[in-house]
Design a protein around this ligand. Structure first.
Ligand code: PLP
Length: 412
């Protein structure tokens, strides 16, 4: 029997029966990864951030697609996320960027993950786990150059690096830092990024002066990748840009990115209200004249934020319909009074395009007073993910089913 290719779907559940779903355009995603790879050039590797379920898009299928499109590394936040990718059949290097507890060392080594080291206790625990499992573990040392979140003090980095060097079961593969203000191009933001870069280069120079090798230096997230080519170094770590989102108005559109996620549902009920009829909890919405409302089976329990109540619009029959009253946990109601002939079963687009209208993630982020990251990451597991190639469904992930189920060894 032939092994299945990642992304191939030969049958199973009928995705058309899922009313509320996020459609994930794998072609757009791979276009973005390839475009970023072309932008940074052959000598720079691309690590894609697939933490938080690939920003809500689905960690395993997007990891497989990213690797196929030229990414060399995957980056996650937690050990558990790394293990999820391994169980999903991903064999590429996986950098765990979050903080580590020494008790997690055996799991990190067992799953062949690449941990981030910020202090001696990490190095000692990882070395012991590597010795007991009879393997050598690559590690990346993270320096806190000014974000003051995670990382070793710049002054402590050389000592930590030499401790790692002295542990034969560990291999110092990378040195990195994370920028606090790369998506802010105000005078203050630029100065902060420049300063962090200088602190990083100084720490790196010190390691090199001690005779330590640092094969992979990396500092750039999506914003720095798109705006500061001199900061690409050996590898960039891109998350938001791979999903087709620029993340901030300040980030230059150096690469043409395509949106990857669309959020859709179908109308479940249409009915007319009489003047003074209220809608949803608290009757915040009250019908004035002749009003027609439509029901959608999606709510804040799916991650469609409650603060969008009465603010956001949804596309129905190519037109914008405002949300009427409060978004509930599982449902919301639209005011479709101005749209002709709305019927049960009509497709509603909460994110994406319908006809000549488009609702972007940025629009919802603005209305919810948050960032694009939080909009896509918020989508919960109840929202089915439908994976598209060439406009056709090639994979599906619902609460109950994942098709195709990638197996170990499928992904090279
Ligand atoms: C999430 C994350 C990234 C990716 O950031 P984007 O802004 O989505 O490109 C890079 N590096 C670290 C350390 C991260 O936590």
């Amino acid at each position: 029997m032939k092994p299945r290719r990642p992304g191939e779907w030969t049958g199973g559940a009928d995705w058309e029966t899922v009313a509320t779903r996020a459609e994930i355009d794998l072609d757009a995603y791979q276009h973005n990864v390839r475009a970023l790879k072309a932008w940074v050039g052959d000598s720079v590797e691309v690590a894609v951030a697939v933490k938080a379920n690939a920003y809500g898009h689905g960690a395993v299928p997007l990891s497989a697609a990213a690797l196929e499109a030229g990414a060399s590394h995957l980056a996650v936040a937690t050990v558990d996320e790394g293990v999820q990718l391994r169980r999903g059949g991903i064999v590429a290097p996986i950098l765990v960027m979050g903080s580590l507890e020494p008790s997690q060392a055996a799991a990190v080594v067992g799953a062949n993950l690449t941990p981030t080291i910020t202090c001696e206790s990490h190095a000692v625990a990882l070395a012991a786990a590597s010795v007991s499992q009879g393997v050598r573990t690559p590690v990346h040392l993270k320096v806190d150059t000014g974000m003051h979140r995670n990382g070793a003090e710049p002054t402590a980095a050389p000592v930590l690096a030499s401790i790692v060097q002295g542990l034969p079961s560990l291999e110092l593969e990378g040195l990195y830092t994370h920028m606090a203000c790369a998506d802010d191009h105000s005078e203050r933001g630029r100065r902060c990024t420049q300063r962090q870069f200088e602190v990083f280069l100084a720490a790196r120079a010190e390691l090199l002066a001690m005779g330590l090798e640092v094969p992979v230096s990396h500092v750039a997230n999506s914003a720095a990748t798109l705006s500061q080519p001199e900061m690409h170094l050996d590898m960039v770590r891109c998350g938001i840009a791979t999903y087709g989102l620029y993340g901030s108005e300040d980030v230059p559109r150096s690469v043409e990115l395509r949106p990857v996620m669309a959020l859709k549902s179908r109308i479940a009920r249409v009915h007319d209200l009489r003047p003074s009829d209220g809608v949803s909890y608290g009757h915040d919405f009250v019908a004035r004249g002749r009003t027609t409302v439509a029901l959608l089976p999606i709510g804040y329990g799916d991650g469609y934020r409650r603060c969008l109540s009465a603010r956001a619009e949804v596309l129905v029959r190519g037109r914008r319909a405002r949300i009427a009253g409060r978004i509930c946990m599982d449902q919301l109601v639209l005011d479709v009074s101005d749209i002709e002939d709305v019927r049960v079963g009509d497709e509603a687009v909460l994110i994406g395009q319908q006809g000549s209208e488009t609702i972007t993630v940025a629009e919802l982020a603005h209305l919810a007073e948050t960032i694009e990251y939080e909009i896509t990451t918020s989508l919960g597991s109840r929202v089915a993910r439908v994976y598209l190639r060439g406009g056709r469904a090639v994979g599906l992930s619902t609460l109950n089913e994942t098709i195709p189920q990638l197996r170990n060894g499928d992904e090279k």
